[in-house]
Design a protein. Structure first.
Length: 396
């Protein structure tokens, strides 16, 4: 029996424990930057295991170093563990005990599969060529994200490649999807306060209406995508909040708009921001308004290294994981992901494991009814094992 077969057998023997861990984490979710108990649970899991566990970064990040029995390359594998500010609406027996907080993105499953995989790799470490670093990352959901400070603190020092997985409720269980190159959008968010002069609705000539200016701004910025971005590029500008509530007969003095920007090419970041500010200045001048802009660039475009992604796909295909029904290239994904920070520093590959049980209602990520097929976890564990062991093995 070769090393990968051994790993698969051990992972299968631990599937019930994997599910138990996931359900405990699902019941006890914690928000980004407040993952005190989750971090402690992860550290306690490694107690007395033959590995080195360290806290790293500004939050609750943990790295676990597993030294193989033979010299070789160094690979890092990452799983995030924060939850979302969402009130759970499932009927699960293990639904969230923390009102208004929910694992609605699958990070509980990421952590559960990674813990069991790490334990498996520790048991097999004497047969492994090279070293493995497990990155347990907090705060993926909220900028500036947990990855950035962990990288700045050295979590990728000495690492040759980084691999990540996301379980996907929008894909059927058994599917694995991947894409080389730019795969998930970069992001920015903004808050604009537009200020005029308030007054009575019967005397508009004595006031300066912020709502009129803000409404024209909402319309005008749509031209950034339709008239300034190359039609073959991807960009989205969204106004998600327009706070202009007041009295029916009062001209509002100020309004606040909030929203976000998504791009699939980092070269668009400056263009979109410059056009955004240019239009805002023009609207303010046209309607004699003042404005205050808070514009924050955060997660980069997630770039999967071409050569590494090709290798990863080859490992997955050759590994013959019995639970996997297809391995296919996916289209670009519009959500953003702070794994992108790792990919800016080291060759990286981030791929997707289906988590929707056929015949059940599909709820997308960040939905209060979100759930996963727990079979996706054993697929994730085996897939990552296949990548790690094959990547570290010397070419025969």
């Amino acid at each position: 029996m070769d090393l990968l077969e051994k790993a698969f057998d051990i992972i299968e023997s631990k599937e019930a424990r994997m599910i138990e861990i996931r359900r405990y984490l699902h019941e006890n979710p914690e928000l980004s930057f407040y993952e005190t108990e989750t971090s402690k649970f992860i550290k306690d899991f490694y107690n007395k295991k033959d590995c080195v566990v360290s806290n790293i970064g500004e939050g609750y990040g943990i790295v676990v170093d597993i030294k193989g029995g033979k010299p070789g390359k160094n690979i890092a594998i990452r799983a995030d563990f924060d939850a979302l500010p969402i009130k759970e609406e499932t009927n699960l027996s293990f639904k969230s005990k923390n009102d208004g907080v929910m694992h609605a993105c699958g990070h509980d499953a990421h952590t559960a599969y990674m813990l069991v995989l790490a334990e498996t790799l520790i048991e097999l470490k004497d047969e492994i060529e090279g070293d493995i670093r497990i990155i347990h990352q907090p705060a993926e959901e909220v900028p500036p994200g947990g990855a950035k400070s962990m990288i700045e603190a050295g979590c990728l020092d000495g690492i040759d490649a980084v691999i990540g997985i996301h379980v996907m409720s929008t894909m059927e269980t058994g599917e694995i999807q991947y894409r080389a190159g730019n795969v998930q959008t970069g992001r920015a968010n903004f808050r604009v306060t537009i200020k005029g002069k308030g007054g009575h609705g019967s005397m508009p000539h004595l006031a300066n209406d912020a709502i009129v200016g803000a409404a024209n701004f909402v319309t005008a910025i749509q031209t950034i995508v339709s008239r300034r971005v190359n039609p073959f590029d991807t960009a989205v500008v969204t106004i998600g909040s327009f706070d202009g509530k007041g009295s029916a007969n009062v001209i509002k003095e100020s309004v606040v708009l909030e929203g976000d920007v998504r791009i699939m090419n980092e070269n668009l970041r400056e263009l979109v921001r410059d056009e955004f500010e240019r239009i805002l200045r023009g609207i303010s001048e046209t309607y004699n308004l003042e404005y205050n802009l808070e514009y924050l660039d955060d997660y980069p475009v997630l770039f999967n290294d071409y050569a590494l992604t090709e290798k990863v796909v080859g490992y997955l295909v050759r590994s013959g994981i019995k639970e996997v029904t297809s391995i296919i290239e996916c289209p670009q994904q519009t959500p953003s992901e702070d794994f992108a920070y790792y990919a800016q520093v080291k060759p990286s590959c981030f791929f997707y494991v289906g988590a929707h049980e056929k015949g059940t209602t599909m709820y997308p990520h960040h939905n209060p009814k979100f759930n996963i097929d727990e079979k996706s976890m054993i697929i994730s564990a085996k897939s990552m094992a296949a990548v790690v062991i094959n990547y570290l093995s010397k070419e025969k």
